[in-house]
Design a protein around this ligand. Structure first.
Ligand code: SAH
Length: 201
């Protein structure tokens, strides 16, 4: 595919993108700005692209499916674990709007610097260099949490940092789940399908 518009049309055609607001957000957010120079020719292909060892910009259809499932509303506070290129963070920032906030955590310094430079014009995004496997207590609770690297188990600490009626999207191994926090003590877990991710460290 040769343009961002063509990529968006593909994602709509395949059913990964559905809601008007999210289609608009993907249209406004040019994936080319988030890939490494050497992969610019593949920016609009539905494939993940390398950033550093253990880090990729995720496959667009995966990003689309996760963003649809996360169901972000304007004004929300969202935590992302695994900043990578910053592409997912940029989409989230567009969806929460000026009154919202996006906190994104990256463990790899080189990747953090790359993501942060791609996000320099997004003022509501706070990018943090840290291990995010236990979330980020300081800004909790969150309306939404999205984990963009595969966990091995469901981290209790992340559920704690989610508001009641909040949603978390998280890959556990190759299985993607939507976790809805029903009350302080109950969650509902929905299986969303099989996806490939780099592992959460
Ligand atoms: N959301 C990214 C996808 C990044 S791939 C994008 O849109 O481009 C997953 C990222 O998670 C990698 O950059 C990896 O370094 C990071 N990561 C892995 N384990 C982590 C951890 N414990 N805390 C924070 N980031 C982590």
């Amino acid at each position: 595919m040769i343009s961002n518009k063509e990529l968006v049309d593909f994602l709509v055609g395949k059913g990964f993108l559905k809601s008007a607001k999210i289609i608009d957000t993907f249209t406004k957010t040019d994936r080319k700005k988030f890939v490494k120079k050497e992969y610019i020719e593949n920016a609009y292909d539905d494939i993940p692209l390398p950033i550093a060892p253990g880090a990729t910009i995720s496959q667009p259809s995966t990003v689309a499916a996760m963003t649809e499932a996360l169901d972000v509303e304007s004004g929300m506070k969202v935590l992302e674990i695994g900043t990578g290129s910053g592409y997912q963070s940029a989409l989230l920032a567009e969806l929460v709007g000026g009154k919202g906030k996006v906190i994104t955590i990256e463990i790899n310094k080189e990747v953090y610097e790359f993501g942060k430079s791609n996000l320099k014009n997004y003022h509501i995004i706070e990018a943090i260099l840290s291990d995010g496997s236990l979330g980020y207590e300081k800004e909790a609770p969150y309306d939404r949490i999205i984990v963009t690297a595969a966990a091995s188990t469901l981290p209790e600490e992340l559920i704690k940092q989610l508001k009641v009626s909040g949603i978390m999207i998280i890959p556990i191994g190759r299985e993607m789940f939507k976790i809805i926090k029903i009350s302080e003590t109950e969650i509902r877990k929905e299986f969303l399908g099989y996806y490939a991710f780099v592992p959460l460290r």
